[in-house]
Design a protein around this ligand. Structure first.
Ligand SMILES: [Zn+2]
Length: 184
């Protein structure tokens, strides 16, 4: 099993971010991806530039349902903590993700999503919730890895993902009508 090696907690404090809300909405347990497959796969990605800032790019082929990599970082239990990238966990704490996956961009037709598993540590009986990036379809080398941020309507901003089915806003599909109402 990979070592779980969190970075030191960041002292940054800011308003609750869009990213924080996003991940909460997209995080769900997934029985389809067995932990056995998670620990066997090597993460091969790089950080690169996109039209909207930094992004994360595959460096090899990933098959549909592969675990692309683990979202590592520092677990922060301070209820008042927030940052640009912090991901809410269901127990009230949040994960401040390390690079590269803190730079994942949104797409309305994403090729990845988050999943999590409660996995036993190699050294003992402790079970730790670990978060992974999961491939929704086959991904080729140099393709940008994307997730659907699924933001609530109150956070929506115009989307430039370029997907054929782009919703026009970075917003959850079922919140799109609420954005239209808000902008009318
Ligand atoms: Zn879009």
């Amino acid at each position: 099993m990979d070592d779980f090696d969190p970075a030191p907690p960041s002292a940054a404090k800011s308003a609750r971010s869009r990213a924080r809300a996003a991940v909460e909405a997209s995080l769900s347990p997934d029985a389809a991806a067995a932990p056995r497959r998670i620990v066997r796969r090597k993460t091969r990605v790089r950080i690169g530039n996109t039209r909207v800032g930094k992004g994360v790019f595959a460096q090899k082929w990933y098959r549909a349902h592969d675990i692309v990599g683990e979202i590592k970082g520092a677990v922060v239990t301070d209820e008042d903590y927030s940052s640009e990238y912090c991901m809410d966990l269901e127990d009230g704490s949040c994960l401040e993700p390390d690079a590269p996956f803190r730079y994942l961009n949104h797409s309305c037709e994403p090729n990845c999503r988050f999943t999590w598993h409660d996995l036993r540590e190699q050294s003992g009986a402790d079970v730790r919730r670990r978060i992974f990036l999961y491939a929704l379809r086959a991904i080729r080398p140099e393709e940008e890895l994307t997730i659907d941020y699924g933001w609530p309507a109150s956070y929506a901003i115009p989307c430039r993902c370029g997907a054929a089915s782009c919703r026009g806003w970075i917003v959850a599909e079922d919140e799109l009508s609420a954005v239209a109402d808000r902008k009318a």
